[in-house]
Design a protein around this ligand. Structure first.
Ligand SMILES: [Cu+2]
Length: 123
């Protein structure tokens, strides 16, 4: 009656946890990624270290842009003329807008006005 070794199982579970942790870190990777979605592309802009990344992004009408705040500080993505706004994003939160033709493309953070970026509507 040899006890079944649990080393392999434990090691496998450990590796699975490591892989899951790596995936969790890799997913919000910079620069922002774009993936297909119904009706338009979906863009992700990461907010990190008081910076919108990328600072310039080309989009088309009908696309969706999602901002994800990775900072401890709260942020917003707010149109320069305040015609659109993600609302307050705390750490780990995200907010989206749908790109409209002719919309204001320059934006900033209401809490940190020095944080500025642009989404260029190219189509
Ligand atoms: Cu901010």
């Amino acid at each position: 009656m040899t006890p079944k070794p649990t080393y392999q199982v434990g090691r496998r579970a450990f590796l699975a946890r490591v892989m899951a942790a790596l995936a969790a870190v890799a997913l919000p990777a910079w620069p922002s990624r774009t993936r297909a979605a119904d009706g338009g592309a979906e863009h992700v802009i990461d907010i990190r270290d008081l910076t919108f990344r990328p600072a310039t992004l080309d989009v088309r009408a009908g696309d969706t842009i999602t901002w994800v705040n990775h900072d401890i500080a709260p942020h917003t993505a707010t149109a320069a003329d305040k015609s659109w706004d993600t609302g307050l994003l705390k750490r780990g939160e995200q907010g989206s807008i749908t790109v409209k033709p002719g919309m204001t493309t320059q934006y900033f953070c209401r809490f940190h006005p020095a944080m500025k970026a642009v989404v260029r509507v190219v189509g």
